[in-house]
Design a protein. Structure first.
Length: 342
């Protein structure tokens, strides 16, 4: 260890502060970097120098200057440099661009998912609050006031209807979660489609007495999970009664089409806009209109129908024309003749 004086101040020098090998290593690295830079940039320099000669009138050639010919000559003589330049500069830029594009697309999807989740929470909060408020109000009246038996029975019916509504919404949320996570399983069996259609229609005649419901299905059997088939029909009928005015007619009909059975739930209501025919099967999506600014529900009924139908190997779609009603179609595997006989 020693010391030197700089501007009158002693500064200690450590024997380990400078490595004897660091100088040659730095020099080798500098020379290698410079050679790499020249090797990479030489074609660019050649083009620039030639362009300067042409601009200043020093280009020594009887033939007219051809930039493309010059580039071809340089590429032929210095193709390793171009390949290296492409590898070092262009390819990373392309990869970076693709990564940025993928990240941006993923971010858009995340933002859209977050937006839908916020909307869903808002919808669920409102939909749950409405029946809970009614149940609370009727219960309070029944516990505090001396009511006649007829009014008690009427309030009890309202409480029961609101409780069923809450149960349906909770069931939809749980079912959709199981479907999305792949945890829902089906147990297909030979099912009488006509019996299920009539049962679903009879239930909705009680729930929606202001509508005319018709079942035109007979003599058809499908291979389907009985509970899931009932859920499909219930969700489609519930959707039809919600979006059609009182007095509308809702019809369930079906026909065998080879290996599949085609089922239709049709109404004569206001119909669905063309731009919403695909979106109605998106989760949380609900059609809003001036006639019906608010429609009760979670927005999960039709997405659940689509996923259950697809689990059975069928497909679902909607056909509609504004002002001329809507028809929801789905297909399920037809029961074989041997299964029907059994």
């Amino acid at each position: 260890m020693g010391a030197v004086s700089v501007l009158g101040r002693p500064i200690a020098l450590s024997s380990q502060s400078v490595s004897p090998k660091s100088g040659p290593r730095s020099l080798v690295f500098y020379i290698a970097s410079f050679v790499f830079y020249v090797f990479l940039m030489y074609p660019v320099f050649a083009v620039v120098f030639t362009l300067e000669e042409v601009a200043l009138g020093f280009h020594q050639s009887n033939a007219p200057f051809d930039l493309f010919a010059l580039l071809e000559q340089i590429a032929a003589a210095h193709w390793p440099s171009f390949i290296l330049a492409l590898t070092v500069a262009v390819l990373p830029a392309i990869v970076t661009h693709r990564l940025r594009a993928g990240t941006a697309a993923a971010l858009v999807k995340v933002q859209e998912s977050n937006r839908k989740q916020r909307e869903f929470v808002s919808v669920i909060s409102h939909e749950f609050r409405t029946p809970l408020t009614a149940i609370q109000g009727y219960s309070e009246l029944m516990s505090e006031d001396e009511l006649p038996p007829d009014q008690v029975r009427e309030f009890s019916k309202d409480i029961y209807a609101d409780a069923r509504r809450l149960e349906r919404m909770i069931t939809e949320i749980l079912d959709f979660d199981r479907l999305e996570s792949g945890r829902m399983t089906i147990a297909p069996a030979n099912v009488d489609l006509g019996a299920h259609a009539r049962a679903a229609v009879d239930d909705f005649r009680v729930v929606a007495p202001q509508h005319t419901l018709v079942s035109d299905v007979s003599g058809l059997s499908v291979m389907a999970d009985p509970d899931k088939l009932a859920q499909i029909l219930t969700n489609l009928l519930a959707n039809a009664t919600k979006y059609t005015p009182p007095g509308s007619t809702i019809t369930v009909r079906a026909a065998a089409e080879g290996a599949m059975t085609h089922v239709i739930v049709a109404d004569d209501g206001p119909g669905i806009p063309a731009n919403a025919l695909e979106r109605v099967f998106e989760r949380y999506y609900r059609i809003q209109s001036k006639d019906r600014p608010h429609v009760a529900g979670t927005g999960l009924g039709l997405p659940i129908v689509r996923q259950i139908v697809e689990l059975h190997g069928g497909r679902v779609w909607c056909e509609s024309e504004e002002g001329h009603g809507a028809a929801f179609h789905f297909t399920l595997p037809s029961a074989s003749e041997s299964a029907r006989a059994a």
